[in-house]
Design a protein around this ligand. Structure first.
Ligand SMILES: C[S@@+](CC[C@H](N)C(=O)[O-])C[C@H]1O[C@@H](n2cnc3c(N)ncnc32)[C@H](O)[C@@H]1O
Length: 211
């Protein structure tokens, strides 16, 4: 009835360097999409080393590094084209000393392990793309320092958007996204405790896991 659905072409929107550049331009024009995330980040007030997962072309990464001059960010991204555009944007902003882009998969345990531990591990608008979110959650939780935080921010599968019969990036992503209860259940089954899920207006949610 209201099941999560993923299109076979869900990730085709990012299949070339031009797609990565277009995504970067649209993100720069609508920083509103990160508003609730950034407000929460400010309240969390976490210093030190950050890991950003599914960083895309790094628009949020640069915004965070500019706002918090004391943090160092490792930006992990699956697609090499996104990483190319992200590295260019980081260099333009002269932040190479504090942002390091790496190509990799959140579901690759060994790779995540090789990155070390972080005070904050975060991700925006990427969770609904992950093939195996259980595996990713375990990997990311293990990359958090004791006393640190895992913070995942993503779209929420709202029924009134779910039923709009439009097939484009946004509506496909809404249908591929999770309900807060599905995430709660997944984390509980994985034995990951100290979680809190907060709905964000209009169609996002924040998943906080304190370690
Ligand atoms: C919608 S974009 C979001 C980009 C950026 N986080 C933002 O908020 O603007 C989703 C990103 O997640 C990346 N992604 C998807 N699956 C991934 C995985 N398994 N490991 C790492 N990154 C992944 C995609 O390549 C894409 O760049």
């Amino acid at each position: 009835m209201f099941k999560r659905v993923t299109e076979s072409n869900q990730d085709d929107f990012f299949s070339s360097i031009d797609d990565a550049r277009n995504y970067a331009e649209s993100a720069k024009k609508s920083m509103m999409r990160y508003k609730a995330f950034l407000a929460n980040l400010q309240s969390l007030d976490i210093k030190g080393k950050y890991l950003e997962v599914g960083a895309g072309p790094g628009i949020l990464t640069v915004e965070i590094a500019r706002t918090y001059p004391e943090v160092e960010i490792t930006a992990l991204e699956l697609l090499p084209d996104m990483v190319t555009v992200g590295r260019e944007y980081v260099a333009e902003n002269k932040l190479d000393n504090r942002i390091k882009f790496v190509v990799g998969d959140v579901e690759d345990e060994q790779f995540i392990h090789s990155l070390g531990e972080f005070d904050l591990v975060y991700s925006t608008y990427s969770l609904h793309h992950w093939t195996n979110p259980d595996k990713a959650a375990v990997n990311l939780y293990s990359a958090v320092n004791r006393g640190g935080m895992l913070y995942i921010y993503d779209l929420r599968r709202l029924w009134w958007l779910y039923w709009i019969p439009i097939k484009n990036g946004f509506f496909n992503s809404i249908r591929a996204s999770y309900l807060p209860d599905e995430i709660k259940l997944m984390l509980r089954k994985l034995g990951i405790q100290n979680t809190e899920i907060q709905k964000e207006f209009p169609f996002m949610h924040s998943i906080f896991v304190k370690k």
